[in-house]
Design a protein around this ligand. Structure first.
Ligand code: G1P
Length: 285
């Protein structure tokens, strides 16, 4: 049973400076919700309530967002603003957020290892907050079901253009079912022209606890950081590791263009904003 999910949110957000200087990029809004709230909602919709948030310096506002805000709730109550009060209350009640500090920026693999004392000897989900996936059935839920069926680690992948493979972890794999691949090898951000395929890792993983001792012993990889991709290569030598080519849209909210794209696409789903936005898009195109 997968009952815990981990969100690494300790990154400095340098791609978004100066906006991310004092505000965690995970709190930048996609329409009217911080991007990380979409991630928490995906986790909750997948049947998980215990969330381990890996944070670093300057990230306390993320915890505040998911906490109760007594003064605000009291004020909204007195003002009779029931709808917005309900919206605010829901945020603090939807999940148990347990935060752990990553004390040095040593990479994604290290951030995941920081969750070990809370996760213990159980399988768990990892969701990277930059990757927003818009789907009817949450990607994480589909991956948990596949994890239980195949009894092996599950990684989300999507096909990317050949000229973009150097931006992702890329898998070398054999298709074993509908949208499911068995992984033979993986490379973190291969130099242009060297990628083993165009199947790129996207930030959703269902991992067994056996990944922890591997990460603990792993030497630094690309960029001098402990890479989860390298840890998964080691895991694949001992146990089956699968990839799930998820259907649906994915937006890179950690990138300026992806962030704009996500805002436009989610706004087009909002009945209040969509007609005006459509008109504007027509006008400017
Ligand atoms: C991380 C992973 C990479 C993956 C990417 C997806 O890289 O290391 O394998 O393809 O997320 O968003 P990052 O973008 O954090 O450098």
């Amino acid at each position: 049973m997968v009952t815990k999910a981990l969100i690494p949110a300790a990154g400095l957000g340098t791609r978004f400076l100066p906006a991310s200087k004092a505000i965690p990029k995970e709190l930048f809004p996609i329409v009217d919700k911080p991007s990380i709230q979409y991630i928490v909602e995906e986790i909750v919709a997948s049947g998980i309530r215990d969330i381990i948030l890996i944070t670093g310096r300057g990230k306390s506002a993320i915890k505040d967002h998911f906490d109760t805000s007594y003064e605000l709730e009291d004020l909204l109550d007195k003002q009779g603003k029931k709808d917005v009060l309900e919206t605010v209350r829901k945020i603090s009640h939807m999940a148990n957020i347990i935060s752990v500090r990553q004390k040095a920026p040593r990479g994604l693999g290290h951030a995941i290892l920081c969750g070990r004392p809370v996760i213990g000897n159980e399988p768990f989900a990892v969701l990277l907050p930059d990757d927003l996936i818009d789907q009817e059935i949450p990607c994480t839920k589909q991956m948990i079901d596949l994890f239980e069926k195949h009894q092996g680690a599950m990684i989300a992948v999507t096909k990317v253009a050949k000229e973009n493979t150097h931006l992702y972890g890329i898998i070398d794999a054999k298709e074993v079912g509908e949208r499911v691949y068995r992984i033979k090898n993986m490379v973190e951000k291969p130099p242009p022209g060297t990628a083993p395929s165009n199947l790129a890792i996207i930030g959703r993983y269902i991992l067994p606890p056996e990944i922890f001792p591997i990460l603990e012993k792993l030497p630094p990889g690309r960029g001098g950081e402990i890479q989860i991709t390298d840890g998964l290569v080691e895991l694949a030598k001992r146990a089956p590791v699968y990839a799930f080519e998820f259907p649906g849209y994915r937006y890179d909210a950690g990138d300026k263009f992806g962030f704009l794209q996500a805002n436009i696409m989610y706004a087009l789903k909002d009945p209040d904003l969509a007609p005006r936005l459509r008109r504007l898009l027509k006008e400017i195109s």
